[in-house]
Design a protein around this ligand. Structure first.
Ligand code: RB5
Length: 172
């Protein structure tokens, strides 16, 4: 159980299995952290799909952002994604080019919480060269166990406006 400093945010981290699939992807800059988080999630009995990269050899992060986003798009109600590169920035920019993907680059717990609660993020991006492993685990917990407050009219209206932008400017 988690409490924020002002006691307004209460998060209970469920340890049991979840029916959603978490798609994981990274480039060489994010490989070590992706491996750490993969094991962390498997230990917690999450269903994980690792789409690579599978070594620290140089690769291009857009290729792995694409694989993760395609996985999330398969079942956008249940599936979530987690992408890692050196800074967390490049791979999040690539992920946000995909329809229906709301990727948040969060290197702290508060941002991860808010990205879910208010913005309905469905892909988390982490910077392997920015944060340590233990912070990354807490951020991941916050992202996976926080729900979008879809009953808040203002939050929904903003999501609708983002969808309108997608319809107008994104082709596929
Ligand atoms: C790779 O060296 C690095 O540029 C990449 O992982 C990422 O940080 C880009 O945003």
């Amino acid at each position: 159980m988690w409490f924020s400093v002002n006691k307004k945010i209460i998060l209970s981290f469920k340890m049991e299995a979840s029916n959603k699939t978490i798609y994981l992807g990274c480039d060489h800059g994010g490989y070590d952290l992706k491996e750490t988080i993969k094991q962390y999630l498997l230990d917690k009995k999450y269903k994980v799909e690792d789409v690579g990269s599978y070594s620290a050899d140089r690769v291009d992060y857009p290729d792995y952002a694409a694989k993760v986003c395609e996985g999330v798009q398969k079942d956008s109600t249940n599936n979530l994604g987690l992408v890692v590169c050196g800074s967390g920035i490049g791979i999040s920019i690539a992920a946000n080019k995909f329809k229906g993907i709301r990727c948040a680059n969060c290197n702290d717990v508060y941002s991860a919480l808010m990205s879910r609660k208010k913005d309905d993020s469905n892909v988390l991006s982490l910077g392997c060269r920015v944060i340590g492993e233990e912070s990354a685990k807490l951020i991941t917990d916050a992202f996976l166990e926080t729900k979008f407050e879809g009953d808040r009219e203002a939050f929904n209206k903003r999501q609708e406006k983002i969808k309108e932008i997608e319809e107008k400017y994104l082709k596929a």
